[in-house]
Design a protein around this ligand. Structure first.
Ligand code: C5P
Length: 238
């Protein structure tokens, strides 16, 4: 079978590359297929994720499970690059970087957040262009937060209440200048869940812009059913 061309876009290459790690198994979702290939109101989570940014002036690299690279290619437009991921998220992200060409702004966006509005990508990119080296979207925390010490099967002792005022729940896409991204990942032990955390560890300042409720992450069957209902009702944000 002939492979589709990796880049069909004419003209100069965009200086932004969005890496979409989609190589996780998603066991907590309890579905047959890996999370990115689960159906979400008529399309896969991965297709929805890519659809959201179809108007963005950016190259897109999808990192798929090694045995589903062909499947991902067949689902996605031909200009989207698809490469095989690794055992850990950070390995998958690095596989994505290797396919990112010479883009100077790198965004990493979890496939598990398939309804993230394009406006969030624009805010992150604008803040990087304004001179910040690492930028993440985040939302204020609504719940009261308490630190606890587990003491039984379903019992824990509250040790203190945490001030939620300075806290933000961080989403993706997380954006970086290329040099910051490479520096952050150079020091990765392999188990990071968050790229900005790696940047913090090497002393790179990380800035936060507004996230969006629709950037919620699908982890559990409940999350999936919430997004299915949102799509069914047509209440998708912008
Ligand atoms: O497991 P979790 O939901 O935190 O994964 C976040 C994102 O990282 C998902 O989009 C998942 O597909 C991706 N991932 C990956 N390679 C792995 C593990 C996770 O691309 N080995």
């Amino acid at each position: 079978m002939t492979e589709p061309p990796e880049s069909a876009a004419p003209g100069p290459r965009p200086d932004v590359c969005v890496i979409i790690p989609a190589a996780g198994s998603g066991v907590r979702l309890g579905e047959q297929s890996p999370k990115a290939f689960v159906e979400l109101h008529g399309r896969t989570i991965l297709e929805r994720c890519v659809d959201q940014i179809s108007g963005l002036d950016a190259a897109v690299v999808v990192v798929a499970p090694a045995d589903l690279v062909g499947e991902a290619r067949s689902l996605l437009p031909p200009q989207i690059r698809v490469v095989a991921g690794g055992a850990h998220r950070s390995e998958s992200v690095r596989a994505g970087l290797a396919a990112a060409g010479d883009a100077q702004i790198i965004l990493v966006h979890d496939a598990a957040r398939p309804l993230t509005p394009a406006s969030v990508f624009h805010r992150v990119i604008d803040a990087i262009r304004a001179g910040h080296r690492a930028v993440v979207p985040g939302l204020p925390v609504a719940d009261t937060l308490k630190a606890v010490e587990p003491i039984g099967d379903d019992l824990a002792l509250v040790t203190r209440t945490v001030d939620r005022e300075p806290l933000r729940a961080i989403q993706t896409p997380q954006g970086f200048t290329r040099e910051a991204f490479v520096a952050a990942h150079a020091d990765d032990a392999g188990l990071a869940t968050d790229d900005a955390g790696l940047a913090e560890r090497v002393g790179i300042p990380v800035h936060v812009v507004s996230g969006h409720p629709m950037a919620m992450k699908i982890t559990t069957p409940w999350d999936l059913s919430v997004l299915r209902r949102v799509l069914h009702s047509g209440e998708v944000g912008s």
